[in-house]
Design a binder for this molecule. Sequence first.
Ligand code: CMX
Ligand code: CO
Length: 149
Amino acid sequence: MIATEVDLIMFMRIDHIGIACHDLEEKIALFTELFDLTVVAREVNEEQGVKEAMLHIADGAGGGSYIQLLEPLSADSPVGKFLAKRGEGVHHVAFGVPDVGQAMEQVGSKGVRLLDERPRHGSMGSSIAFLHPKDVGGMLTELVQAADR
Ligand code: CMX
Ligand code: CO
């Protein structure tokens, strides 16, 4: 990304709220019916251990905002373990950042544990990284740099 003054901004918007569920198709039907949302992407992300769908809400600074529905690929994946422990519900909050590497550096320098050493592949071509929930008031936090559009 070209260095501009926008690089100094940490969070630009809420990119998505991740919701853990047992049955993706069932929850897609529920959310589209309840809120009249549209599924804009479906993916299997083996690295994250999830099958997911992105439901578009609005467009904002540097990308859109979404609800991300997540079904685990296995019981020992992050979402599988979460479901076993806490049941269905909000799993993480993802914030849109201009540059995920820079955001990791900035927040890492404040002592927050980064769960990823380097950015990973996220939904719709994005680059993502997670912060440990215990260092962010109990909220699993995802940093998202949207794909160039
Ligand atoms: N939100 C808040 N707290 C959470 C949490 C979550 N989603 N998941 C786990 N925790 C808490 C647990 O409750 C537990 O707390 P206690 O010790 O007080 O019971 C603690 O964190 C450790 O949890 P754990 O069940 O032992 O699980 P792990 O430490 O093995 O893993 C975490 C937890 C956050 C490190 C792991 O889930 C992780 O690396 N997550 C990032 C990747 C991810 O979630 N990918 C799926 C989404 C992909 C996407 O969005 O694209
Ligand atoms: Co997410």
